[in-house]
Design a protein around this ligand. Sequence first.
Ligand code: KG4
Ligand code: ZN
Length: 355
Amino acid sequence: MKPFLCLGIESSCDETAASVVEQGRLIRSNIIASQIDLHKQYGGVVPEIASRMHVEAVLPVIDDALQEAGCTLEDIDLIAVTYGPGLVGALLVGLCAAKGLAAVSGIPLIGVNHIEGHIAANLIANPELEPPFLCLVVSGGHSHIVMVNDYNNYEVIARTRDDAAGEAFDKIARACGLGYPGGPLIDKVSQGGDPYGSRVGDPYAIHFPKTNFPDGSLDFSFSGVKTAALNYLNKIEMQSRLTGQLFKEIIDYPDFTASFQQAIVDVLADHTFKAAEKYKITKICIAGGVSANRALRKTMNEKADMLGFTLFVPPPVLCTDNAAMIACAGYYSYINRKTSTGGMDLNACPSLGFE
Ligand code: KG4
Ligand code: ZN
């Protein structure tokens, strides 16, 4: 029997991506055109530029995805596209491309929540994984602990009350002069990578606060650690002005980045394992751009081993934005619910919530 093929399309931020996935879990192609180099000079994503680049990239990326998968549009059974959350102009590009293809071919169209997509990356990376499981979703805009009761059945059990983890990484990387994209640069420098890291940083060299709520809630808050890091940087800036020494000569980049990173990682890991204990669930997954972070992966692995949990970790390419995860999530929505958040009236929802 011909396998079910889903074409996934993702354009919610600064990656234009298309992918063909077989039977929901097997990647036939996974094409990602990143705009990082373009936005770097502005220190962050410029929405208007992002939309224009998506317009240029979307059709060639879809063509490449079909070609690499060894198929044509006629072989596709479902088109899944991210419809939110994200930048409205960016979302609309992927959405219009998907609608156009669905309209000319008659292939069913389904809208996918980007966060649901991130969680689904674990299903692709681990063919044996079945719900229920717990998932820590940490991206540029979200920090959630989600109980995945079943396919398409989610319960958010903790969320951030202010900044997302990725947002905190991005803001502090910019403030300390590392630039954009913040998370990967902090990850790199903390491990002794260029341009400012000459050795692996000590994750406990500098004390940064870790926020826990007294009401027993497992919610996150990263504004305290972010303010403490900004205060630390301001003191160095002051010292630089008083002594005439350069900022980058005073700051210890490996220790600063490693300590800031670990303060966030410790809270993410601590709350996730507490949630798993509370909900008596032994399978834990991580998802979203920040889940590519090496310190987070290490800490989660160590804790899982120590406490007797099974940890599932997608490869970094499936942690950051991609369309394979969108195809996977779309496939399960389609086969399990058969109700399509799709059709020609599907619109972009920039602030789409999650359950
Ligand atoms: O999931 P994602 O690619 O896009 C959103 O849905 O937001 O996540 C992007 C976020 C950014 O904040 C980026 O700095 C962060 O993920 N990120 C990382 C790493 N790679 C990406 N943060 C820490 N360490 C990394 N290696
Ligand atoms: Zn994302």
